[in-house]
Ligand binder design. Structure first.
Ligand code: FAQ
Length: 331
């Protein structure tokens, strides 16, 4: 729907000569280098537009698929307070998906196209949401670690070069920080509860730690997109830089909970003033990226089912919107 007010980018790129494209590219690069925001109707290279649609739509899909593992626990939350908080949190994630789809639509790709790409397996979403939530402690671990990792990645994105994406991130980060705290608060209750609850918290940390580190993507030397995305200031920091910051912030939080990070190689490096940590299982990461995650099939079929069952809502909204368009008087 947001695409209707935009000029067609195709009109702009096909109508100009090579020399003009070169001049436009130089002007674009200079604006990015000066930390100016690029806005929807500004000229931009096609590859910049494609990279943004790829990253923003994957981000939107992650938010919406990410509602599923926690949504599973709304009806089983251990108290009314926990249920109300979780309900609000999952609803926030749906909102994040909507801001991101709307921001991505300003690049000229419709929401239907993006959602079709998800449902047909052409588009990715974060590997983390292909793991099952087995106990209530997993809800604590997701808030603490998964939302914690998401914030670490999204704070730099508030300064990404594409204006609508950067602005969407401001609100998303505020909400994610509430999510991270609610998760940590669940972990505090569990870790300081009965011995069985403490064990559940430790088990959740054991299962979610490594997949959380994978959220930041491959190492920089195996990341085909990082170099160009850094040059365009779409990404402001690399995968490894953000992953390291997450480890450094999270290890003391685990200590405060009295829980042990499941990594025998984890050690404070006084010289570099950061934690050294063990090797991530990259074969598991790439298998999950390819769609072989433990509950990947269930996730996509749940999304397709929700899309099909929601058809009547979209039809009713479209019918209502059509009624709001003023009828032009014929002279
Ligand atoms: N999962 O060259 P790079 C959340 C793919 S939001 C799946 O390094 P890039 C909130 C990557 O797409 C979580 N695929 O790629 C929440 C690329 O494939 P492509 C989502 C991955 O884009 C909490 C290929 O590998 N956040 O959790 C993953 O420069 C709780 C090579 O990788 C975002 O999307 C992965 N983990 O860097 C919701 C943040 N990692 O596309 C509910 C925005 C990499 O070329 C509950 N995105 N790949 O075919 C980003 O910052 C970047 O896209 C990265 C990847 C850092 C994820």
């Amino acid at each position: 729907m947001y695409t209707t007010e935009l000029q067609s980018h195709q009109d702009k790129t096909t109508a100009v000569s090579d020399a003009e494209v070169e001049a436009l590219t130089d002007a674009f690069e200079a604006r990015v280098a000066a930390d100016e925001f690029i806005e929807p109707n500004d000229w931009m290279p096609d590859a910049y537009r494609r990279t943004l649609v790829r990253q923003m739509s994957q981000h939107a899909h992650s938010e919406v698929v990410g509602m599923l593992p926690e949504g599973n626990w709304i009806s089983r939350a251990p108290s009314l307070r926990r249920k109300a908080v979780l309900l609000a949190k999952v609803q926030d994630e749906g909102g994040h998906g909507l801001y991101l789809y709307a921001a991505a639509e300003t690049l000229g790709t419709s929401r239907e196209e993006m959602i079709n790409a998800l449902h047909s397996g052409r588009a990715k979403y974060s590997t983390i949401f292909n793991y099952p939530t087995l106990t209530w402690a997993d809800i604590g671990a997701i808030g603490w670690l998964v939302d914690g990792a998401a914030i670490m990645n999204q704070v730099p994105l508030q300064r990404t070069s594409y204006g609508p994406y950067a602005r969407a991130m401001v609100r998303v980060c505020k909400e994610e920080s509430f999510h991270q705290r609610q998760g940590y608060e669940i972990m505090m209750a569990m870790a300081n509860g009965t011995p069985e609850q403490h064990d559940m918290a430790q088990d959740a940390l054991n299962r979610w730690w490594w997949p959380s580190l994978m959220m930041f993507g491959p190492t920089d030397d195996n990341s085909p997109n990082t170099e160009q995305s850094m040059r365009w200031r779409i990404k402001r920091e690399t995968n490894d830089e953000i992953r390291q910051r997450f480890v450094d912030v999270t290890v003391p939080q685990a200590d405060a909970l009295g829980l042990k990070i499941p990594d025998p190689a984890l050690k404070w490096n006084a010289e570099r003033e950061q934690y050294d940590f063990g090797e991530i299982d990259w074969s598991e990461f790439w298998a999950v990226v390819k769609g072989e995650g433990p509950v990947a099939k269930e996730r996509i079929s749940a999304r397709i089912d929700a899309w099909e069952k929601g058809a009547w809502v979209r039809e009713a909204a479209a019918a209502h919107a059509a009624k709001q368009i003023p009828v032009k008087k014929v002279a």
